[in-house]
Design a protein around this ligand. Structure first.
Ligand code: SF4
Length: 210
């Protein structure tokens, strides 16, 4: 069947990158899961459906960016943060808002989440704050698109030094744990959905049982 061949294409094309430094997106993830990735703990392969969802997210970015280029407000796109010790990342764009630079992060989310969204999701907030920090730009925008209906919602973000220091401190702690082979404890405030969808659930449970 054609759909099976398409699925197989996704499975064959998927390559897991080794992790040698933190990505800004790790700021919102479970530290134990990030630790497992650094340690190359085997994990279950993503389903082709999930890989197609990632593809869709990429197309959303391209579509919105082409509009922003049309508006003539893009200063830079896919911009890497300045090189430093442990974190790497690439901001979606730096755009011009009334003559000032502004970090833009684009997210596509499902209709249900989109309808309930009254403020930026905490993981996304950490990401955009870190980009603002590394680019030394005090303003940001988180732009959400409803992936089913293409409605948009945006949130203006102001630089929050407290949130940034917290995120950087957590990265530093995790780096020490990785260097010393200390498995991070399960965060006390871990949301159950993270564990439900976690690729390292089995390994994590094995450690807890020990
Ligand atoms: S199962 Fe939960 S606690 Fe364990 S690594 Fe995954 S997200 Fe973290």
């Amino acid at each position: 069947m054609l759909s099976e061949r398409i699925d197989q294409f996704y499975i064959d094309s998927f390559k897991e990158r080794d992790q040698e430094h933190f990505y800004i997106t790790d700021a919102g993830k479970c530290p134990r899961a990030v630790y497992f990735k650094f340690k190359k703990i085997p994990k279950k392969k993503p389903e082709p459906r999930v890989l197609r969802i990632f593809d869709n997210g990429d197309y959303t970015h391209m579509r919105i960016m082409s509009v922003l280029f049309g508006l003539g407000i893009v200063r830079a796109t896919e911009l890497k943060i300045p090189a430093q010790e442990i974190i790497s990342g690439r901001a979606d764009a730096i755009i011009d808002i009334e003559g000032k630079p502004c970090v833009l992060e684009i997210k596509s989310i499902g209709s249900y989440k989109f309808a309930k969204l009254q403020e930026p999701e905490p993981d996304h907030m950490k990401q955009v704050q870190l980009y603002m920090h590394f680019f030394k730009i005090p303003d940001g925008i988180l732009l959400y698109e409803d992936k089913d209906k293409q409605n948009l919602k945006e949130f203006a973000i102001k630089y929050d030094p407290f949130l940034i220091q917290e995120a950087l401190k957590k990265f530093k702690e995790l780096k020490e744990q990785i260097d010393k082979n200390i498995v991070p404890p399960i965060p006390i405030d871990i949301e159950p959905w993270r564990c439900d969808y976690c690729d390292y659930k089995e390994e994590c449970q094995k450690i807890e049982k020990k």
